[in-house]
Every structure is written in C-alpha cells, then in structure tokens.
Design a binder for this molecule. Structure first.
Ligand SMILES: Nc1nc2c(ncn2[C@@H]2O[C@H](COP(=O)(O)OP(=O)(O)OP(=O)(O)O)[C@@H](O)[C@H]2O)c(=O)[nH]1
Ligand SMILES: [Mg+2]
Length: 247
C-alpha cells in the first residue's frame, strides 16, 4: 500500500566487505526513497569501502551512518552489532540488505509496505513473481536444495529462508535474543527466522528479482556451506540455541 510506504520510516542495515564499486549505486537507489535511512556496517574492508561510506554519509547528512567494526570479521557478527544499535532508533521497520546489488532498492517499498501484514517480510526468490538472474545452474540448484533442506528439517514455512533481503517490524527484531545466536553466514539468516517463528512472529514474503553481483567477489566459503548443513539440526535440537527462553 503506497500510503503505508510513505508514512513508514525504515532503517536499512547494509553489511559491507570490499563493496567499493557497489555501495555508491546502492546508496543512490536507497536515497531515492523518502523516510529511508541507511546504516553501513563495514568490517575494515581493505578496498576502502568504509572510508567511501563515510564520504557518502557526509553527502547525505542525517540519512546515512557508518559503523566501523574492529572485532572479529563476520556477516552474522556485523548484523548483530548493527541490529543492537538499530533497535534503539526511532524507526518503524529495520531492513537487511546485501551491498552487492543483488537486492534491488526498487523492491524496498514493497517489503516495507508488507510489514502491515507481517512481523517480518522476506524479499523472496521463490514465491510467484520471484526471479533469479545470472546464476549458473549449479548455484540455482544449491540454493533450491538449501531451502528444501532447511524447510524440511526446521518446518519453517517460508519459501526463501536464505534470502538476505528482509524487513522487520522493529519490536519483532528487538525481541530476538541476539546474544544467544551462534551462527554466522547464511545460517545466521536461517537462525533469525527460526527463532522469530518459534516466538510467534508472522512471516510474509514478497517477490523480488535477485541479480547476481557484477562487481567484487562473493564471500561464500566452504566453512559457510558446512555451517549451513549443520545449523537446521542444531536449531531443532534442544541444546544451545536461542530458541528457548523468555523474551
Ligand atoms: N561486514 C561484513 N559484511 C560482509 C562480510 N562478508 C560478506 N559481507 C557482506 O554481506 C553481503 C553478502 O555477501 P556476498 O559476498 O554477496 O555473499 P552472498 O550474497 O552470500 O554470495 P553471492 O551470492 O556469491 O554474492 C555483501 O554486502 C557483503 O559485502 C563480513 O565478513 N563482514
Ligand atoms: Mg551476494
């Protein structure tokens, strides 16, 4: 709904590691939306993405902030630090988004608007209207298999559990026990969703067209894949997860 989109304030957390070529394009796309702010969480990118983000913040006063992390590098860790700060900001929704232009800022109003009907909204490749561009068959199969695997082990109902493009109602995100989260990488995204669902959050999905990165390098490693295979089983087990416990 257009009215909800314009009235709703959003803070988009964007973790970055060596995204110098992509960040200015992403920021330009996001700044086109009124009521949208950005928090870049940079892990001391060797290519100078952090300094570039500082420059962008100066160009858009009050709309962009930059967190320069110095602790151990990691996507999940970056999100945890970013979210802990973001939940104290006076915004209605908090979004997660990759910097590599796989996630088109043009979809953001759809995601934000759908928080009217859900506590967390996934930008989904696997609902009607969703699409993937420029992925080789091998990568498509891996992602499809990962989602089937995750859904059958965890019983999560979402079609795209590994999408990193999401919008959360701020209170829903604030209620997650982030300090008890264990995983990093893709698994962190699955863990967030699983814990939120167990706590009664309603998950919505809106279609996106996902476009493979053109600039920079993927950080998908063997360690990340291994973790992804283990995590669903850990989540449904009784020990050590953030699932149990009170808010
Ligand atoms: N702060 C931070 N950001 C990271 C780290 N690793 C990846 N990122 C960012 O997380 C987002 C997703 O990373 P990608 O390398 O695109 O990983 P991916 O999307 O899983 O892999 P591809 O599909 O191959 O692109 C991008 O914005 C990266 O810059 C990290 O260790 N720290
Ligand atoms: Mg990517």
């Amino acid at each position: 709904m257009a009215t909800a989109t314009t009235a709703t304030t959003a803070l988009v957390i964007v973790p970055t590691y060596n995204e110098r070529a992509n960040l200015p394009v992403l920021v330009a796309g996001l700044m086109a939306h009124p009521n949208v702010r950005v928090m870049v969480v940079d892990d001391q990118s060797p290519d100078g993405t952090g300094e570039l983000a500082d420059q962008l913040a100066r160009e858009h006063p009050g709309r962009i902030e930059v967190m320069h992390r110095t602790a151990r590098r990691g996507l999940g860790r970056s999100y945890i630090d970013g979210i802990k700060k973001a939940v104290h900001e006076p915004v209605d929704v908090i979004c997660q988004m990759d910097a590599d232009l796989s996630h088109d800022p043009a979809h953001l109003p759809d995601l934000i608007a759908a928080t009217d009907r859900a506590d967390v909204v996934i930008g989904s490749r696997y609902v009607a209207g969703g699409e993937i561009r420029n992925w080789p068959m091998r990568r498509r199969l891996l992602s499809r298999f990962a989602n089937m695997y995750i859904r059958s082990v965890t019983r999560l109902s979402a079609r795209d559990c590994t999408s990193g493009y999401r919008c959360w109602r701020r209170e829903t995100l604030a209620s997650l026990p982030l300090d008890r989260f264990i995983s990093d990488g893709y698994s962190f995204l699955v863990e967030m969703l699983f814990v939120a669902a167990r706590r009664g959050a309603h998950i919505g999905e809106v279609p996106i067209t996902f476009v493979e990165r053109r600039e920079g390098e993927s950080k998908l490693s063997r360690a990340v894949l291994f973790e992804s295979a283990i995590t669903p089983w850990r989540l449904i087990g009784t020990k050590g997860s953030a699932v149990r416990g009170s808010r």
